[in-house]
Ligand binder design. Structure first.
Ligand code: COA
Length: 180
């Protein structure tokens, strides 16, 4: 059984690596932005996006981003760049039979222009190519704007996660998008 699990995990690693190379990098002419896979040099820019949307707070530290961008082989980050400026990012991680959205943010000045939607479409595309069954994420109970955004894109609330955000003493909501 253990051998089977290792084989499966290696297979997932290979698959994830094989679909997230430069073939996913593209220039979105409608949004005038570059969508590309993130590397460790992007973390400073990513932290600036985080600071912008969370009013100076940093829910994820440099180390958290580094682990998902440079160490975890089952994870990847993508950034959206307007010339040199990083304006948005999404974090994706393979977990069992689903693609988990670990983090997502768009700088306030760039919101409501379709960037978040384009990043979710990228996630849906990768999940489909990996033959994964669903996309999942957790969102704070009070973050009604993000819940409305995900609902618009076909996600549904799955369950309440009691006390999920321990430092904020707040419940979370798990949201799911089913791949056809
Ligand atoms: C949630 C977030 C990523 C959305 O990104 P975005 O680029 O602004 O979203 P889009 O422009 O692609 O929006 C697509 C659709 O989602 C819905 N939507 C987006 N933001 C919304 C909001 N604040 N309130 C209600 N609906 C919203 C709308 O239907 C929108 O289409 P429309 O603009 O034509 O009406 C962005 O607001 C953000 O970074 N928020 C702060 C960080 C955060 O909460 N991240 C999620 C943590 S789980």
């Amino acid at each position: 059984m253990k051998k089977l699990m290792v084989w499966w995990r290696n297979l997932i690693n290979i698959q994830l690596d094989s679909v997230i190379k430069t073939e996913n990098d593209y220039y979105n002419t409608e949004l005038n932005c570059m969508f590309r896979r993130a590397n460790a040099q992007d973390i400073r820019g990513i932290l600036m996006v985080e600071r912008d949307v969370y009013f100076g707070e940093l829910p994820w530290t440099y180390t958290d981003f580094f682990a998902e961008i440079s160490i975890n082989r089952q994870a990847a980050f993508f950034v959206v760049a307007n010339q040199e400026e990083i304006v948005a990012f999404i974090g994706l991680r393979v977990q069992k039979n689903e693609l988990h959205i670990s983090n997502l943010a768009v700088k306030v000045q760039y919101q409501r222009q379709g960037i978040g939607q384009a990043l979710i479409e990228l996630g849906k595309d990768i999940a489909t190519r990996l033959a994964l069954k669903q996309l999942s994420l957790e969102v704070r109970f009070s973050n009604k704007d993000a819940q409305a955004f995900y609902r618009k894109l076909g996600f549904h609330s799955d369950k309440i996660l009691k006390g999920y955000y321990t430092e904020l003493k707040e419940d979370g909501i798990e949201m799911i998008y089913q791949i056809d």
